[in-house]
Write a protein that binds this ligand. Structure first.
Ligand code: GRG
Length: 298
């Protein structure tokens, strides 16, 4: 049995080679923004979201080549969100994936433009992907824009992340944390799995199972991320740590403490693994990925 780290690293090699071809450099001064986009996309992410797209699509027999445009456009959009999140006006970070953030490597204006460029290119690239039938492409574009946007999507989650403050009511605070996580981190992970279902023309029940699996691993992923912020090794994690405490961030970990957070993440992962077993042996990688999400050290 291939372990999930090897599996992910093999997937990443192939995916990175294909992704790099999406960024041809034009002549002229405008090539600076493409260089910044390529720098940020190609700088060593784990590629969890594209892997999820391809693995979920694979449950229904869809091959890598057909799933690639959905996977690549999602990674472009994810990279935009990281560039903008790192900007001084947001999280103000100098380090991402162990390397200088986009605005440190280039400058702030270029980083804003590179984020804008990746966000728009994600949709341009997906909309031109002839491997995918037009009706399926339109559904993917609708789902991706909704997952990324301001109406219950990632932009809303980021807004809560920056502006939400404790209310004093446990119930209301739990609700804020859960909505924040679902929108900021959860919606793109959910899209990754749902895109696989859409590409594979899954039944309503199959699609619901993948959405529920994604919701659970998404929440556990965010908890693991918050634990890493508190307990991780900065050299391995590759970004500045202890920011949640220094910026009084509203997270499950800061609210309840490490132990209950770890227990909650474990429960979510157990449940996700159980749920995805509906697909039998074909779901083994997705089960291993769920385990990896809370065991990872970066
Ligand atoms: C700027 C609209 C806007 C949104 C930013 C993604 C995000 C929202 C903020 C990043 C901060 C953060 C810690 C988010 C939660 C978890 C997360 C998305 C981590 C990064 O994803 P990984 O670990 O990153 O998959 P790699 O580098 O492996 O791709």
């Amino acid at each position: 049995m291939i372990d999930i780290k090897t599996e992910l690293s093999e997937f990443s090699k192939k995916f990175n080679t294909d992704l790099a071809t999406c960024f041809p450099l034009p002549d002229g001064a405008e090539k600076r923004v493409i260089e910044a986009m390529a720098y940020s996309v190609m700088n060593g992410g784990k590629r969890l979201r594209p892997y999820l797209v391809c693995e979920c699509a694979g449950l229904f027999g869809v091959d890598y080549k057909t799933a690639f445009p959905a996977a690549a456009s999602l990674e472009m959009l994810h990279s935009y969100s990281l560039i903008h999140d790192d900007l001084p006006a947001m999280d103000n970070d100098d380090l991402r994936r162990g390397k200088p953030t986009c605005h440190k490597k280039f400058d702030e204006a270029t980083a804003i433009l590179a984020g804008d460029g990746l966000l728009t290119y994600a949709f341009e690239y997906l909309s031109h992907s002839l491997e995918i039938a037009p009706d399926v492409r339109l559904t993917l574009i609708q789902l991706l824009s909704s997952a990324a946007g301001a109406f219950g999507g990632m932009v809303s989650g980021q807004t809560l992340d920056i502006y939400a403050v404790p209310t004093g009511s446990v119930q209301a605070d739990e609700d804020i944390i859960s909505r924040l996580e679902q929108m900021k981190t959860g919606r793109l992970l959910r899209y990754a799995c749902e895109a696989g279902a859409v590409l594979g023309k899954a039944s309503v029940q199959e699609r619901q199972i993948l959405i529920s699996y994604a919701r659970k691993i998404g929440q556990a992923f965010q908890i693991a991320d918050d634990i890493l912020d508190r307990e991780g090794d900065q050299k391995i994690v590759g970004k500045t740590l202890h920011k949640d405490d220094s910026q009084n961030k509203f997270t499950f970990v800061s609210y309840y403490g490490i132990k209950p957070a770890r227990e909650k993440a474990q429960k979510l992962i157990n449940s996700a693994i159980e749920e995805i077993s509906y697909f039998g042996a074909k779901a083994a990688n997705l089960q291993n990925l769920a385990r990896y999400i809370i065991e990872r050290n970066y």
